[in-house]
Design a binder for this molecule. Structure first.
Ligand SMILES: Cc1cc2nc3c(=O)[nH]c(=O)nc-3n(C[C@H](O)[C@H](O)[C@H](O)COP(=O)(O)O)c2cc1C
Length: 399
C-alpha cells in the first residue's frame, strides 16, 4: 500500500495513520511531496518503515519509480490530500513522484482532503472532487472542526482511525465485486432514471416526517451508470454529493418525486428506484409553524402515491429495479414486493445491521430476479455494490 502525504498541516497525523496501517499487517510505502516534507519528518517515516522516503522523480535508485510504485500497489491512500494535489490528479499531471504514481496506477485510490474551508468549498476544488469521484476515486470528505490558524469550519482531515477503517473497507471490498467493475459492460445509448434519498413530508413550514435514507446508494448507482456511458437522470431527495455528468432533479416529497419520475418514465430504458419514499404523509400541512404552547398536535396521516407500483403497472419495455429495506424476513418480504409491484428485480438490504443500509458507506444486498434467481452480494462499499448491480442489469439488457 502507498501512503501519499502532501503538504498540509494535517500531515502531522500521517505518522499515526502509518502506525495504524502497519498494525493491520499492511506493508506501507510512504511517498511524500516536497511540500509534505516540510510538515512531517521523513526520518520518522523511514524509521517506522525501514524504507527510504521518496519524493522526487529524479534522485531515486529505482530507475523508474514513477511507474513501478503505482503498478505494485494494492491501494494508494493520500492523507492529507492538498487542494493542489487534488487538482494535479484531476488534470492528469505527473510532475512529482506522488502525482506520477497516482497516474501510473490502476489500484483503488482513497483521498483524504484537508484544507481551509474556502479552499475546500471553492468551485474549482469541488469540481475536481466531483470529476475524480466520477472516475471511481474514493474520497473521505473532510469534517467540520478547528483548522490551522484558529479558524473553525469544514476542511479538517478525518481522524486516523476512520481513515484506516475506510482503507480497509476498500481493500476488503476490492475483491469479487471489483472484478466485475473491471469487466464493466458499457451502457452507451441506455437511458437510465435513478431515484435516491428519503422524501420529506411537511407537517408545517419547519417540520417534516422523514426517514434515515442518506441517498448514498442511489447516488452511487447513478455515478456507476454514468461511468459506463449511460445518459442518467437522477431524481433525488438527498443532499449527498451528486456525481458529475448526470442531470440532477431535486425534490422533497413523494408527490414531487412521483411527478418527476412519471414524466420521464416513457423516455427511460432502465429505472432504479433506490429512494426511500415515505409511505404516509400528513393529510393537512399547517400553513404556519405549529406552536409548542398549543400542545402536541394530533397528526392525521394519509398514504403517499406508490410510485413503484405505478411504474409496474405502466411499464412497457422498461427494466424496473426496486429496492427493499427490511429489518426482518428480508427475502420473503422482498419476494412479496417483487410480485406485488410487477417489477423485474428487487435489491433487498437488511437495514437493521450496523454496517449496511442507512447512512453508512457500506452495504450488503440480496438480488431477487423476476425469473426466481436469488444472489447474495457480500459486505462492500456502496460504490462496489452499485457496480455489481449495474453490471448485472446491463447484462440483463443485453440478453
Ligand atoms: C503553513 C502552510 C499550511 C498549509 N496547509 C495546507 C492545507 O492544509 N491544505 C492545502 O491544500 N494546502 C495547504 N498549504 C498549501 C500547500 O502546501 C501548497 O499548495 C503546496 O504547493 C502543496 O504541494 P503538494 O500538493 O505537492 O504537497 C499550506 C501551506 C502552508 C505554507
Amino acid at each position: 500500500m502507498i501512503l501519499g502525504i502532501s503538504g498540509g498541516i494535517a500531515a502531522y497525523k500521517s505518522v499515526e495513520i502509518l502506525r495504524r496501517l502497519q498494525r493491520t499487517g499492511a506493508d506501507v510505502v510512504p511517498v511524500v511531496t516536497e511540500a509534505g516534507r516540510k510538515f512531517v519528518a521523513p526520518m520518522a517515516l523511514e524509521s517506522l518503515t525501514g524504507r527510504r522516503v521518496s519524493s522526487s522523480l529524479w534522485n531515486d535508485t529505482d530507475p523508474i519509480p514513477h511507474t513501478s510504485l503505482g503498478q505494485r500497489a494494492d491501494l494508494i491512500l493520500v492523507a492529507p490530500a492538498t487542494a493542489d494535489l487534488i487538482a494535479r490528479y484531476r488534470a492528469g499531471l505527473a510532475s512529482d513522484l506522488l502525482a506520477a504514481t497516482l497516474l501510473a496506477s490502476r489500484a483503488p485510490v482513497l483521498l483524504c482532503p484537508a484544507m481551509h474551508t474556502e479552499m475546500w468549498e471553492h468551485p474549482a476544488t469541488q469540481e475536481n472532487i466531483d470529476v475524480l469521484q466520477g472516475r471511481g476515486v474514493h474520497v473521505l470528505e473532510p469534517a467540520e472542526g478547528s483548522l490551522a490558524g484558529g479558524d473553525m469550519g469544514i476542511g479538517r482531515m478525518r481522524e486516523p482511525a476512520e481513515i484506516v477503517e475506510k482503507a480497509q473497507q476498500i481493500l476488503l471490498s476490492d475483491s469479487p465485486l471489483t472484478d466485475l467493475a473491471d469487466a464493466a459492460r458499457r451502457m452507451e445509448g441506455v437511458r437510465v432514471l435513478v431515484t435516491a434519498g428519503g422524501t420529506r413530508e411537511s407537517i408545517d413550514p419547519v417540520r417534516f416526517i422523514g426517514n434515515r435514507s442518506s441517498g448514498k446508494m442511489g447516488h452511487a448507482i447513478a455515478a456507476e451508470a454514468a461511468r459506463r456511458g449511460a445518459a442518467v437522470v437522477l431524481v433525488t431527495a438527498s443532499d449527498a454529493r451528486t456525481p458529475a455528468g448526470i442531470e440532477v432533479i431535486r425534490v422533497q416529497t413523494a408527490a414531487e418525486m412521483e411527478k418527476e419520475v412519471l414524466s420521464r418514465f416513457a423516455d427511460s430504458d432502465v429505472v432504479f428506484m433506490a429512494a426511500a419514499v415515505a409511505d404516509f404523509r400528513p393529510r393537512v400541512e399547517a400553513g404556519s409553524k405549529i406552536k409548542k404552547s398549543d400542545g402536541p398536535p394530533l397528526l392525521e396521516l394519509e398514504p403517499t402515491p406508490d410510485i413503484l407500483a405505478r411504474l409496474g403497472e405502466e411499464k412497457a419495455s422498461q427494466f424496473v429495479v426496486g429496492f427493499a429495506a427490511e429489518t426482518d424476513d428480508l427475502v420473503e418480504n422482498a419476494k412479496a414486493k417483487l410480485e406485488r409491484k410487477k417489477i423485474d428485480l428487487i435489491v433487498a438490504n437488511d437495514v437493521s445491521a450496523a454496517d449496511s443500509g442507512f447512512e453508512v458507506d457500506t452495504n450488503r444486498a440480496v438480488l431477487l430476479w423476476r425469473a426466481g434467481e436469488v444472489e447474495d452480494l457480500p459486505l462492500a462499499l456502496k460504490s462496489e455494490i452499485a457496480a455489481a448491480i449495474v453490471e448485472r442489469v446491463a447484462g440483463a439488457l443485453e440478453d
